[in-house]
Design a protein around this ligand. Structure first.
Ligand SMILES: [Zn+2]
Length: 174
């Protein structure tokens, strides 16, 4: 696949199947991944061949974003900007990617871990409700995160509005 419009169609297919919602802290749904990978591979080849094609860089950046590679998404978007295309939408995306990237990094949790925490909290809160503490979040962290990292993760969760279990569920992992 080396035609840009075909690659774009493939990317859009993957984006539609990804079901990531607006914050994109979640991994794309499994059925989306092959499309996103094909699009990314093709776009990478394409920009190697046509390094001044801003649209190709932009699409590549979107593919990386959907695959949750925020650093790569940022670098590729910077290439678009360095080619001279500095419209407002792109600058807004740049700011958004920077923010997502740093949040993600601060949490130091994989999307699989976030999903596991989400399921854990849903079950516990359904049974016992939220008592305005992080008791179940801490339980999950005890089992799944190195104890030396725990307080850092708790701070990162609070930075994102998670001061009790129901807020972690609502503001961070969901
Ligand atoms: Zn609560």
């Amino acid at each position: 696949m080396n035609n840009l419009s075909e690659l774009r169609i493939e990317l859009v297919k993957g984006q539609k199947l990804a079901m990531q919602g607006s914050y994109q802290r979640r991994a794309p749904l499994k059925k989306a991944i092959p499309h996103l990978l094909v699009a990314r591979k093709g776009l990478k080849d394409y920009v190697t061949q046509y390094p001044t094609n801003a649209l190709a860089w932009q699409l590549l950046s979107e593919a990386e974003q959907y695959l949750l590679n925020y650093n790569e998404a940022l670098t590729t978007l910077q290439n678009v900007l360095s080619l001279g295309d500095k419209d407002k939408k792109l600058l807004k995306r740049l700011a958004m990617l920077t923010e997502y990237g740093s949040r993600w990094q601060e949490l130091e949790m994989t999307s699989e871990q976030l999903e596991s925490l989400e399921i854990y909290l849903q079950e516990k809160l359904e049974l016992y409700g939220c008592n305005h503490t992080l008791i179940y979040t801490r339980e999950w962290l005890d089992i799944n995160v190195l104890s030396s990292k725990k307080s850092k993760v708790v701070r990162a969760l609070q930075n994102q509005g998670g001061f009790c279990d129901c807020e972690v569920l609502m503001n961070v992992v969901d």
